[in-house]
Design a binder for this molecule. Structure first.
Ligand code: HGY
Ligand code: MN
Ligand code: MN
Length: 410
């Protein structure tokens, strides 16, 4: 497996170069120039492994090793290749590289799958440019309509389809995919938390993924002069937004059972040091393993926001994303555990506090997910790091599982 180690090291390294913030982590926004460089690299790596490469009308990338059973559904392996702002080099790419390496091993061992093997690289899982997230996978399974997709715009007002055309992508290509064309979706991902490292265990077999929602709260008031406007005659949108945000953590603490809430993005308008803000827009990310907690938190957050509708302050809440908690496929979990045992790789069951494309596919095909440890549990930051030794172990398990699921011969 020496070749594997050198291939995956160079691929992770190469993909990390396609960032808008060199020396400050990975910033690779969907349909950006960094996306284009990463996309071209991924496609060339797919071709180098003899895969048939195509892109869909969202810009998702597929590399296919045709199965011997005519028209048979595919075993898909992959993850996303966009990033959060100033994120890490492994969140997403670890899963894309794992898929590429499984294809490389199929080629090296000259394996002929009965069911096609498809390596996938998905767009806009993070939602960093167009909001919401899980966009590539939602598009593939038809949860994102063409109308909704066309009306998504980034903070500069550039639409998805304009941005696609700018980097030479074709929005008119086929989009939604018949679930019957998918036999399984397997995703290797970094844990993005401390559990595997704390237990000194290299592999997590994912049992379930938390439910999550992403809200966008808009607070409006009245712009004014910072010096001449008396305090009792202000409708300060940012002061109101800050008061709301300050109360959010306690809503989750009161809800309990590891419910979490995060206000991660805040935009202030007009954003002048000597101007009373007339608008503040912020996101609220809520997650829990139990759907009731997510639903309760949405109601509690809406009530808190609405309670500020007074003295010239107006508020509104938009739901950008909502997805229920997902349990992953029992047979695939058993297959991963069996292969880990055969390979003498220690594993543990684990739940995911992060959202993943796997949760979208899980309502449409059999889904399995593996985690590898994150150093110090850090992710969504430049310090994010995972070892290629752990990545290689995860790939070995994926490779063994893919041979079974594709009924490969050779
Ligand atoms: O936010 C998440 O859980 C994932 O990283 N998109
Ligand atoms: Mn991810
Ligand atoms: Mn992420």
């Amino acid at each position: 497996m020496l070749k594997t180690r050198s291939r995956i090291d160079s691929q992770i390294e190469k993909l990390s170069e396609f960032t808008a913030t060199p020396d400050k982590g990975t910033t690779r926004l969907t349909y950006s120039q960094e996306d284009l460089k990463a996309r071209n690299y991924i496609k060339s790596e797919m071709r180098a492994r003899g895969l048939q490469v195509r892109e869909d009308g969202f810009g998702n990338i597929f590399g296919k090793l045709e199965g011997t059973i005519e028209g048979a559904p595919s075993v898909m392996i992959g993850s996303h290749f966009d990033s959060v702002p100033n994120g890490g080099a492994f969140d997403g790419p670890a899963g894309v590289v794992a898929g590429l390496e499984v294809a490389a091993l199929f080629s090296e061992y000259n394996l002929k799958p009965k069911y096609s093997l498809e390596i996938v690289a998905l767009i806009e899982e993070e939602g960093s440019r167009f909001g919401g997230g899980l966009m590539g996978s939602r598009g593939i399974v038809g949860l994102l309509s063409d109308y909704e997709f066309a009306n998504l715009k980034d903070k500069r007002g550039v639409s998805t389809e304009e941005a696609m055309l700018k980097i030479g992508l074709d929005p008119s290509l086929p989009r939604k995919r018949d679930p019957k064309t998918m036999k399984a979706f397997l995703e290797l991902h970094i844990e993005q938390g401390p559990i595997l490292e704390d237990h000194n265990i290299p592999i997590g077999v994912v049992e379930a993924i938390v439910g999550l929602t992403q809200l966008e709260v808009t607070v409006t008031g009245q712009a004014g002069h910072a010096g001449t406007t008396p305090m009792n005659r202000r409708a300060d949108a940012l002061a109101a937004a800050a008061a709301i945000i300050a109360q959010l953590p306690n809503l989750a603490i009161d809800e309990g059972e590891e419910t979490v809430i995060t206000a991660g993005r805040l935009n202030v308008f007009p954003n002048g040091a000597n101007v009373i803000p007339d608008k503040a827009v912020f996101t609220v990310d809520i997650r829990s393993g139990k759907e009731d907690h997510v639903l309760n938190m949405i109601e509690k957050t809406k009530a808190l926001v609405e309670s500020f509708n007074q003295n010239g302050i107006h508020t509104s809440v938009e739901k950008l994303l909502y997805i229920q908690p997902k349990k992953l496929n029992e047979e695939l979990k058993s297959l991963f555990k069996a292969k880990s045992k055969e390979l003498k790789v220690s594993w543990m069951p684990i739940n995911s506090g992060a959202g993943h494309d796997a949760m979208v596919f899980s309502d449409f095909t059999d889904v399995g997910m593996l985690f590898i440890p994150s150093k110090a549990g850090l992710s969504h930051c430049p310090e994010e790091w995972s070892s290629s030794e752990h990545l290689e172990k995860g790939i070995q398990i994926l490779f063994e599982a893919a041979k079974v699921l594709t009924e490969a011969e050779g």
